[in-house]
Write a protein that binds this ligand. Structure first.
Ligand code: GLC
Length: 560
């Protein structure tokens, strides 16, 4: 709950247990200075959108100085703001304004790797073979004749080997360094005490500046198995391979000691700061280990995000998350989209598999998307998600019903995945387009009028119908659905943190649950309309209800 909510937890220190947090993809939220890239000035000017929407907090993707090889997840200086976004003074003013509006702010810290432009990495390269600074990264001699082959078979998430060989200052071929992502993102060595101390100091820097919390990038990757053993055949499927026990670089037990130290830093503030982990673990119980009482506060829920639009799968994902998180006293979190996955409206507009949906662009099944169906399901999905106990992450633009733009011209693509995959995987740009705010044509108010540059990714002209201005006040719009749902969520005593009780239903395509007390959510996944049991007060529905029937792919909130 935000500080302006009226539930008793509104002012409480545990606000994060049921906060609705809006993910601001800074480069694409709003451009204040007309260079075609979103920035702090643009965000500052548009904060009223978030207040109006009714969220409690925002999470801002990395804003640090960066060569932007991976959209800012290649950080060159953890204590400053990239000039393209603004200055530290702008950040201070923004944080103050966010607090004055009754909102909270989380920022994004990238501890698994730095940019290759970080002074530590430059020093490690320039210092030659004996440079002690190399211990902050993971350098290893090559294998095979002349050390020409990489130290092991690990692979980069963006394609190709996870190792790159360096050239020593004297021109000779040197050792290899590890990068689980792009070569411009060398992995840090978390066995180094210096690395550990530095990051605790970075956390304090931002907490002292007033940020309320931190999202931890690839929190499950920081610790590697001693000796860096080869991946086994089961581990080859990159991200999915977090599913395998004892993986050499995903979800190793050693990460928890790091996070216990971070929790102590957060708890040392009079108003404790909070963490959300981007962690992939092989099941909900493993994920719950990240949010034990002395570790992080919450973790993203990828089982929920990747569940297909099917009653049984969603019920299992919801049930297992609530059980696992409940066992350690942590709230569950829910999200449908983020800047790394195909937008859910597009995913839901395709035939639904009988297992987890592949959320990455390269796995998107070919074939047309039914945007009307995707929109209908996205509306129902929003009501389902916002009725669940725990906290929610909304990805910028989902409140407008934006879809994945899958036909961006090749020459505009910027995600490193595109080049690293030999131009076979189009990457994540399709979910990262600049927001449409107003007007009839691109840039739709994203940049100021008479801006010098075009938006950094081209928006589809059809987004004309999806601008904030065109949806505001139209009660059939996605924006108004989100606004009303968030308003009800804020004032209804049954919503937010707490319990959920499944209702017994004879219809397999129906999900129905009660939030004690006084609230019921019903979602119909099937094609047939189903009768609502009795005439309770309808608080909100994703479609127009007629004759007490809930149509297919629709959801309703009832007072009970
Ligand atoms: C996380 C980020 C993603 C980034 C990667 C490497 O998964 O969400 O955008 O590419 O980490 O930092």
């Amino acid at each position: 709950m935000g500080v302006s909510g009226n539930r008793s937890s509104a002012q409480a220190l545990d606000w994060w247990r049921d906060a609705v947090c809006y993910q601001v993809y800074l480069r694409s939220f709003a451009d204040g200075n007309g260079d075609g890239v979103g920035d702090l000035a643009g965000l500052h000017q548009r904060l009223h959108h978030l207040v109006d929407l009714g969220v409690d907090a925002l999470w801002v993707n990395p804003w640090f100085p960066s060569p932007m090889v991976d959209g800012g997840y290649d950080v060159a200086d953890y204590r400053a703001i990239d000039p393209v976004f603004g200055t530290l003074t702008d950040a201070r003013a923004l944080i103050e304004e966010i607090h004055a509006l009754g909102l909270r702010i989380l920022i994004d810290i990238v501890p698994n790797h730095t940019s290759s432009h970080h002074p530590w990495f430059r020093e490690a390269l320039a210092g030659g073979p004996d440079c002690v600074g190399r211990d902050r990264y993971i350098f290893r001699p090559g294998t095979g004749p002349g050390g020409d082959a990489p130290p092991n078979n690990w692979r980069s998430v963006f394609g190709g080997s996870a190792w790159t060989r360096i050239v020593e200052p004297d021109g000779r071929a040197g050792p290899w360094y590890l990068h689980l992502f792009a070569p411009e993102q060398p992995d840090l060595n978390w066995d180094s005490r210096l690395v550990r101390r530095e990051f605790e100091s970075i956390l304090r820097f931002w907490f002292d500046l007033g940020v309320d919390g931190i999202r931890i990038d690839v929190a499950h990757a920081m610790v590697k198995a001693p000796g860096l053993p080869d991946l086994g055949p089961l581990d080859m499927e990159l991200v999915a391979s977090a599913a395998h026990a004892d993986h050499p670089h995903w979800d190793r037990d050693g990460v928890h000691e790091i996070f216990r130290g971070w929790r102590a830093v957060a708890d040392s503030y009079p108003e404790p700061r909070v963490f959300v982990a981007e962690a992939c673990a092989r099941n909900s119980e493993r994920l719950a280990r990240y949010v034990r009482a002395d570790e992080l506060h919450t973790a993203f829920n990828f089982d929920y995000l990747t569940a297909p639009w099917r009653a049984a799968h969603l019920r299992t994902a919801i049930g297992s998350s609530l059980t696992a998180m409940g066992a350690v006293g942590a709230p569950a979190t829910w999200a449908l989209s983020n800047h790394d996955v195909v937008r859910h409206l597009t995913r839901f507009g395709r035939p639904q598999p009988d297992g987890p949906v592949h959320t990455l662009a390269n796995h998107s099944p070919p074939g047309p998307v039914d945007l009307a169906l995707g929109t209908r399901r996205a509306r129902a999905a929003a009501l389902l998600m916002l009725a669940l106990p725990g906290s929610v992450y909304l990805y910028q633009g989902e409140e407008l019903g934006l879809w994945e733009v899958e036909d961006l011209p090749d020459e505009t693509l910027q995600d490193p995945t595109w080049e690293r995959s030999g131009r076979t995987d189009r990457g994540r740009d399709g979910s990262r387009l600049p927001m449409p705010w107003s007007g009839d044509a691109p840039p739709f108010g994203f940049s100021p009028e008479r801006a010098g540059a075009l938006p950094w990714l081209p928006q589809p002209p059809r987004w004309k119908q999806l601008t904030v201005r065109s949806q505001r006040g139209d009660e059939r719009s996605m924006l108004e659905l989100y606004r009303r749902a968030l308003h009800i969520r804020r004032i209804h005593p049954a919503l937010g943190d707490g319990a959920l009780v499944w209702d017994r239903t004879a219809v397999p395509d129906l999900l129905s649950f009660t939030r004690p007390s006084g609230f019921q959510c019903i979602v119909n996944f099937g094609p047939q309309a189903v009768p609502l049991a009795d005439h309770r007060e309808v608080l909100l529905s994703s479609v127009r209800l007629q004759d007490g029937l809930l149509p297919g792919d629709a959801a309703v909130w009832l007072a009970r």
